[in-house]
Design a protein around this ligand. Structure first.
Ligand SMILES: *Cc1c(COP(=O)(O)O)cnc(C)c1O
Length: 388
């Protein structure tokens, strides 16, 4: 422990292995995983298709370099842009890097339009990562405090307030892009109003701003479509993703279409590891499995089952405010902060997470079945009923 910087307040448990929606700790205790490594293990733990893909790729090549063509990267690029209805993509290793690529792309786009200090509209409550640019884009002072000076070039807007966005458009000629999560995960599963997102899309088109969505958490099938925007009939200029794309192998992507797809030229962005053969082999296995096993439809059905079960089991529970979210990205808001429920859940063999202080966040693997979904909902409901 002491050899690690204290960047995390870690729970006192170590897992030795996993299978599907279950994790096993070093004492042999089994936990139903309601958080999936924070929306990463969409296919659950030790999924055979991902394991086989990683193994086969590791047998041949783990890394070459983006100095050369990489077959697995080209295949994943084709598969990902196809499922996303986008044109091209850049691969990095994380969500923050995917967003860094989007931020750089937007700035470069601004400069090509003669805007010397391009700015990006970002929302209150947003989370975009922990690098300097992405924490500056993040709408949470706790994440920024101590790291000033922040990166400039972000304009903060209240979420779901289209008038505020119109006001920015009328008064700030330096804006070149809008960046938002369709559902804000870290701030407590805050679902943006689809009408707001559509209006924002229209403003972006009119003002020639790039409409950029951060789907690092919502993407890769979790909300029932490959990207959440596809379920909202929204066509972004740029969309970023990461978490669920590699099922645990680090990978992130920034996808673009239209004008945005033509912005970067050779030498303007890069990554040593980004899109390496191993990560891309895992990503390809993930996309193929999501499609072949109908996991997007399963996310909708199991999300509904969990929500219905929670509602029934929590009827009359004093602490419950509301259950919100989409597919297998669910937030259960309580009347008070509930961080202590994480440990109580663990004692009951459940892994959950609390976001935004008072909201239980559930992000179970997309492979969860009806029995497991019911077990998760019943276990969480019991925690809520006993929370006073
Ligand atoms: C997790 C997350 C990020 C950051 O991803 P990292 O892989 O931790 O860098 C960015 N945006 C959103 C919406 C996220 O949920």
């Amino acid at each position: 422990m002491s050899a690690l910087m204290q960047t995390y307040a870690r729970l006192p448990v170590t897992f030795s292995h996993g299978e599907g929606v279950y994790l096993f700790d070093t004492d042999g205790r089994r936990y139903l995983d309601g958080i999936a490594g924070i929306a990463v293990n969409g296919l659950g733990h030790a999924h055979p298709a991902v394991t086989a893909a990683i193994r086969a790729q590791a047998d041949k090549l783990v890394h070459t370099s983006n100095l050369y063509r990489i077959a697995a990267q080209e295949q994943l690029g084709t598969a990902l842009t196809q499922v996303a209805d986008m044109e091209n993509c850049f691969f990095g290793n994380s969500g923050a890097e995917a967003n860094e690529a989007a931020i750089k792309l937007a700035r470069l786009y601004g400069h090509t339009r003669g805007i010397k200090k391009p700015a990006i509209v970002v929302l209150e409550g947003a989370f975009h990562g922990r690098t300097l640019a992405t924490l500056s884009a993040t709408g949470n002072r706790k994440i920024q405090a101590g790291f000033e000076p922040l990166v400039s070039g972000f304009v903060r807007a209240p979420r779901n307030d289209i008038e505020a966005l119109r006001h920015i458009a009328a008064n700030n000629p330096d804006v070149v892009a809008f960046l938002a999560e369709p559902i804000q995960g870290e701030s407590g599963v805050q679902v943006l109003d689809p009408l707001y997102l559509q209006a924002a899309r229209e403003i972006c088109s009119k003002e020639e701003w790039l409409f950029m969505l951060d789907e690092v958490q919502t993407g890769n099938g979790r909300t029932g479509t490959y990207f959440a925007c596809q379920g909202l009939d929204l066509v972004p200029d740029v969309v970023t993703t990461a978490k669920g794309l590699g099922n645990g192998v680090p990978i992130g992507a920034c996808l673009a279409r239209g004008t945005a797809a033509q912005v970067f030229g050779a030498g303007q962005h890069g990554s040593t590891f980004g899109g390496n053969p191993l990560a891309c082999a895992a990503g390809l296995a993930v996309i193929n499995t999501i499609r072949q096993d109908g996991l997007q439809a399963n996310a909708i059905a199991m999300g509904q089952l969990i929500t219905d079960t929670l509602r029934a089991e929590c009827a009359g529970a004093k602490q419950l405010v509301e259950i919100r979210g989409k597919g297998l990205m669910l937030g259960i808001e309580l009347r008070k902060d509930c961080g202590e429920l994480v440990q109580r859940a663990m004692d009951a063999g459940l892994l959950i997470n609390v976001a935004g202080g008072n909201t239980i966040r559930l992000l179970p693997p997309l492979v969860i079945n009806a029995q497991e979904a019911r077990d998760l909902a019943i276990g969480v409901a019991e925690l809520i009923r006993n929370f006073d």
